[in-house]
Design a protein around this ligand. Structure first.
Ligand code: HPA
Ligand code: ZN
Length: 332
């Protein structure tokens, strides 16, 4: 690791866009499969890693949902969370906001309590500040999203916010207007995946119709200058995941990624890991790869990291403390 990479790794950082189910290293996935007696199509970590070649978002989601079968018990949900938090800590992450989509597991009749208690139990054992973003699938119905809200109600005071992912094309934000209104009325912060494989119009719908506080990905917005100006003026952050965008062919190369253009246009761009083992990098690798491909300065890196804290669903007091830590590390 070069001194420059170590500098980036050691900065106190956020990870605001990652999916718990997508954080399992192949070794962990195979171990979970073994202990739960689940047959997987891949027999070794190497075979799994070799399968991580994707045509786009849907081909990735097919494999991702298949791999989710290895998670079954409260212990599994606990262990996968603890493993992510350990790994994120090594990556210099001090605040993580973790998406988790219960619908995949409800389909298999896994009790919601096993998921929530497993995940939240692991949060209680770490010194990273960790928050749960309950995520629904946009390729399912709005009624099913409401059912997730109802089932997670007993844990509502420990849920940081509500998000939405899944297959984007053909499933515009406008399909979920009533659901997001209900989430906001119930006092939840909200964020939504938009403008990953979908068009800029989906980002526009997300901010105007769903009225979310953040956009996950949102890179398609770069195609619409008026939308970029609006995101900047309204201070709506984008949780961008550059290596995910590369591996899911959202961009042809990192050099062609709009991250720097969005940052220069004044948008609150943040850098995040999404599904790190699948896409070949944690937050540090994402920042390092962008620094090289887009010629980012140290100042740009610090701005991206600072934006992470600005965009985080934390209290102003927590934000001030975190920013002090960042400023101290940046000077050293
Ligand atoms: N996009 C949509 N859904 C997802 C993703 C993503 O990048 N990762 C996991 N679920
Ligand atoms: Zn995502």
């Amino acid at each position: 690791m070069t001194p420059d990479e170590a500098f980036i790794r050691d900065l106190p950082k956020t990870d605001l866009h990652m999916h718990l189910e997508g954080s399992m290293e192949p070794e962990t996935m195979l171990e979970m499969a073994r202990r739960n007696g689940i047959g997987l199509r891949w027999g070794s970590p190497e075979a799994l890693r070799a399968a991580y070649e994707f045509e786009g978002l849907s081909s990735f989601l097919d494999l991702y949902f298949e791999a989710c079968r290895v998670l079954q018990s409260e212990r599994d949900f606990h262990d996968v969370t603890a493993a992510y938090l350990r790994r994120a800590r090594q990556d210099g992450v001090i605040h993580a906001e973790i998406f988790f989509g219960p619908q995949t597991f409800l389909d298999r009749n896994i009790p919601i309590a096993a998921m929530m208690d497993g995940i939240l139990g692991a949060f209680g054992e770490t010194d990273i500040s960790a928050g749960l973003l309950v995520s629904v699938h946009r390729h399912r119905s709005e009624a099913e999203a409401f059912e997730v809200l109802r089932l997670t109600e007993p844990w509502a005071d420990r849920v940081l916010g509500i998000g939405m992912g899944g297959a984007e094309l053909g499933n515009p934000p406008s399909k979920f207007v009533d659901f997001f209104a209900a989430c906001r009325a119930a006092g939840f912060r909200t964020t939504v995946h938009a403008g990953e494989e979908g068009p800029p119009a989906y980002v526009r719908e997300a901010i105007d119709l769903l009225r979310v506080s953040r956009i996950d990905h949102g890179v398609a917005a770069a195609q619409d200058p008026a939308l970029v100006a609006d995101l900047a003026a309204r201070g709506i952050p984008l949780t961008v995941c550059p290596l995910s965008n590369l591996r899911l062919k959202v961009v042809d190369s990192l050099a062609a990624h709009p991250l720097k253009a969005l940052l220069d246009a004044g948008v609150c761009v943040t850098v995040n890991s999404d599904d790190p083992p699948y896409f070949g990098g944690w937050v540090t690798e994402n920042l390092v790869a962008c620094r090289q491909a887009l010629g980012l300065s140290r100042g740009d890196i610090l701005r991206l990291v600072r934006n992470g804290f600005a965009a985080a669903f934390m209290s102003d007091a927590e934000r001030a403390t975190a920013l002090e830590r960042l400023d101290a590390a940046a000077k050293s």
